[in-house]
Design a protein around this ligand. Sequence first.
Ligand code: ZN
Length: 220
Amino acid sequence: MAYQHQWHDGSPTDWPPGKVVCVGRNYAAHAAELNNPVPEQPLLFMKPATALVPLTDPVRLPVGRSDVHYETELAILVGCPLTRAGQQQARAAIAGIGLALDLTLRDLQSELKARGHPWERAKAFDGACPLSRFVPLGSDDDLENLQFSLTIDSEQRQRGHTGDMITPILPLLAHISETFTLQPGDVVLTGTPAGVGTLHSGQHLTMELDGRLQVQTSVE
Ligand code: ZN
């Protein structure tokens, strides 16, 4: 079945899946672990809607690739159009939050980066964006105080706190909307904390979002 955005109770959202706008190196410790400098302004890239798959489906490693990295990220579901938006407008446009894996063919990405080529083949392939269901955001929720984690086979590998983001969520949405109009059904991935690594067949993944959402999946 084609991917569809869902609320945490399993009901579909009103919006068709759109593009996914991602930010690279939004956590200093992750930039450092890959020996990347922290960019002066957010480093943006996109995945198409065809990259989306439900996070609960077993992760399929692309055939013939040996170095598929997981990156656990907080995902924002956009519910209203945003063009050159301010932070207040951006806050009002957030329909829900969830979790995503920004799957990355790390060896291919390094090769493309070295040649000065775009990253799409390493980041935007079919299935490159497993996405959880979404929980709505309450008006009291503090976007700079959300925690999330990834545990693989009972060992915690990644732990993120939105307070550690170099560009926090609202300035990030506002910044993205300067260049790319965000439409209802679009998703923003807000960057990965340190601890990324290679996925292996048979691994069991548990991802948690601030006591609001827990998702389990496995690697096929
Ligand atoms: Zn990422």
